[in-house]
Design a protein around this ligand. Sequence first.
Ligand code: CU
Length: 348
Amino acid sequence: MSKLQFQPRFNRALLSSLLLAIGSLAAMSAWADAAADLPVETAELTAPPMVPAPIARKTPAKVIVNLTTEEVIREITPGTKYMFWTFGGTVPGKMIRVRQGDTVELHLKNLPTSKVPHNIDLHAVSGPGGGAPQTLIAPGKDATFTFKALNPGLYVYHCATAPVAMHIANGMYGMILVEPEAGMAPVDKEYYVMQGDFYTPGAFGAGGLQPFDMQRSIDENASYILFNGASNSLTGKNALTANVGDKVRLYFGSGGPNVASNFHVIGAIFDKVYHEGGLKYQEQVQTTTVPPGGSTIVEFVPKVPGNLTLVDHALSRAFHKGAIGIMSVSGEEHPEIYSKAATAKAEH
Ligand SMILES: [Cu+2]
């Protein structure tokens, strides 16, 4: 091939690469400009079981999310403590709520009291690592990254610092709800619940301050399987509440790291299950499976007063490892739907 023949081809290739580069730079800068024009707001973050208020906006915004990573000692069950690693001090981490099309500027700060580095991978992000590479920070440091919430749905976020399963097993997961552009149907009560599996050398309720047990985690032999990070997070004074006739929506996720949930509410039938946290729903469901790193949205209406019981219907987990919660329902009896008294047959 002569130089004369080769040269124009080379130039064409170079030119098209340059044009591509300029094009993608222009696209990036157009996106940055568009994001710069958006109204700016700071996200309301809520501790479980509470849920941020529905998004009233009908147009996109730039939403600032300020999250911390914190290592906190707290009871995992009465009498037994555990060093949890958390987003925002709670298990699961603070819940985030944005709208499809929003540009999210996520600020992560690893508190100076932390012993190890942390980061965040949000499943709502379209991009390698979901934010983890940009946010890997030592104790006392902070980092920021930006993403566009392209896809509506209920997404898990978690720490992705090695050993990842250990960071998750210590409680480093939470959820971000990306509302569809049209918004979500209003309901009377919304709650935020996540299941997680925990690994300690001592058996359930062994007492003292229990450390993380790496071998039990590798063996997937959980000592605790819990809703919201403690055996009593949704029982007694911490029970969820609702009234007869309320439309109830639960944002339910599984942090794992290893165990899928078989989510069931004893005494209720799910009218709708947005399985896997997506937009389509199934109707009339008793139990729904939620994989680690996955979610579901369930809706139901309590019909009579009393206690509904949230469980993982792999019931050893509910009755021996802690995966149990209560929703206390108030209101009028409806014996035509459910008669509480047993009807005794008269003896003569
Ligand atoms: Cu971490």
